[in-house]
Structure formats: structure tokens, C-alpha cells
Design a protein around this ligand. Structure first.
Ligand code: SF4
Ligand code: SF4
Length: 76
């Protein structure tokens, strides 16, 4: 099965949490920090269940999410 992780651009994120609702693996949560625009940005949970499905990136209205697929070599 595919494995992945995401990178959230903290300064782009407006904290709408659409990605949190969309992620089927509950891998994104509301963070505890505020960016320079005053938004509480989302954070990747990194629980190892992200499968690089890209749903979070597709739904993000601010293009703040980059999905990185983990290759077989990186898993080792
Ligand atoms: S790529 Fe899929 S599984 Fe990974 S964080 Fe985004 S929505 Fe969740
Ligand atoms: S959908 Fe995008 S803007 Fe909204 S909380 Fe997630 S990363 Fe931030």
C-alpha cells in the first residue's frame, strides 16, 4: 500500500480545517500555533497512516498542502 506524508505551508494556511474533515485517515488536526496572519494553521499528525491519497491537497482552497509519496527505499 502507498505511504505518504504531507507538508503544510503554515503561512498559506487559513485554518479553515477542510483538510481535517476530508482526510480519511485522520492525519490532520487543528494546530496550536498561529501564523503571522493570525490564523491557527493545520498540522500533520504523522501517525503513519497517510497513504498519499491527495484528498487534503485537492480540497485545500489555499493550495497550502504538498503531498509527498514515500518510496520503498525511504520506508526501510
Ligand atoms: S494525503 Fe490523504 S491520507 Fe494523507 S493527509 Fe492527505 S488526505 Fe490524509
Ligand atoms: S484546507 Fe488548507 S487552508 Fe484549510 S486548514 Fe487545511 S491546509 Fe489550511
Amino acid at each position: 500500500m502507498k505511504k505518504g506524508r504531507i507538508r503544510i505551508d503554515e503561512e498559506r494556511c487559513k485554518g479553515c480545517l477542510l483538510c481535517v474533515e476530508e482526510c480519511p485517515k485522520n492525519e490532520i488536526k487543528k494546530g496550536g500555533k498561529i501564523n503571522r496572519f493570525g490564523y491557527t494553521f493545520a498540522e500533520f499528525c504523522d501517525n503513519g497512516s497517510c497513504n498519499a491519497c491527495t484528498l487534503c491537497a485537492i480540497v485545500c482552497p489555499d493550495c497550502a498542502i504538498e503531498v509527498i509519496e514515500i518510496t520503498e527505499d525511504e520506508k526501510k
